[in-house]
Design a protein around this ligand. Sequence first.
Ligand code: SAH
Length: 286
Amino acid sequence: VRARQAQIGAGPGRGTVVDPIACHSVRNLTLGVFLCGCVGHMSVPMKQAKVRLYVEQGLGEGQTIPLTKEQAHYLFGVMRMAVGDPVLLFNGRDGEWRCVVTVANKRKGELVCEAQTKVLQMPPDLWLCFAPIKKARTDFIVEKAAEMGAARIVPVSTEFTNSERIRQDRLQAHAVEAAEQCGGTYVPEVSDLVKLDHLLAEWPDGRQLMFCDEAEVGSAKRLAASTGGPWAILIGPEGGFSGSERARLKALPFAHVVSLGPRILRADTAAVAAMTLWQQALGDWP
Ligand code: SAH
């Protein structure tokens, strides 16, 4: 559990639950608060969970989950939930569980796990490597990567990268929020910023690279759809790749140079487009 927590960046500021995304997604569900499990004329009303939260604790039948102050504030102060109300929890390891509130104070709360509602669904082994851009657009890339099913998100510093620093804990919190919102049971790890040279020097055996090269704009270089296994996508910064970076990347035996069509896309658009292409060709889309 510890290793996993470290892995997904359980840093400070991981407030996790008091987030506008969760509030937004929840609002859309409030019309269907009661779900009827009907058996003939006997109907057993079952309250539908309005909130889905990421927690770090292990989940299993009968397991008690103490809430943090922030989580208690969100559930009982913001969402006005009470003892007996259901909440869906996931932790990235044990699938999703329907839990009920057993203690509901403004600063303290507890849930008990009742039943598993989803098994853990791992995404395909795809990394999204991208050069961070402006803050809001970087946040967007992380959010979309988590929604699109990246297994790992790797901010990479390149020659023309605009931003030399990232807040890993903030970005990790965005990945958590995206998973809460999109129904995923897995949260991709956001790595610390790594230099492109270093990333390539340490490249794992057997992982292929979809190198999205703006110099191929308009060319017919497509992703060859026949090769499965571990992959990574690489998206450059606003300034694109330097000549020497491009030459080095193109010479790598595991790199596949790909065009994203006849227009130059912004890095955030390019990340989503590339993940869509990859998921469709090699990923977990049915
Ligand atoms: N300033 C650069 C564009 C950078 S776009 C220029 O004008 O040439 C940011 C990143 O998005 C690129 O580094 C590349 O990884 C990706 N990208 C954008 N459009 C692309 C395209 N048509 N084909 C391949 N990659 C593209």
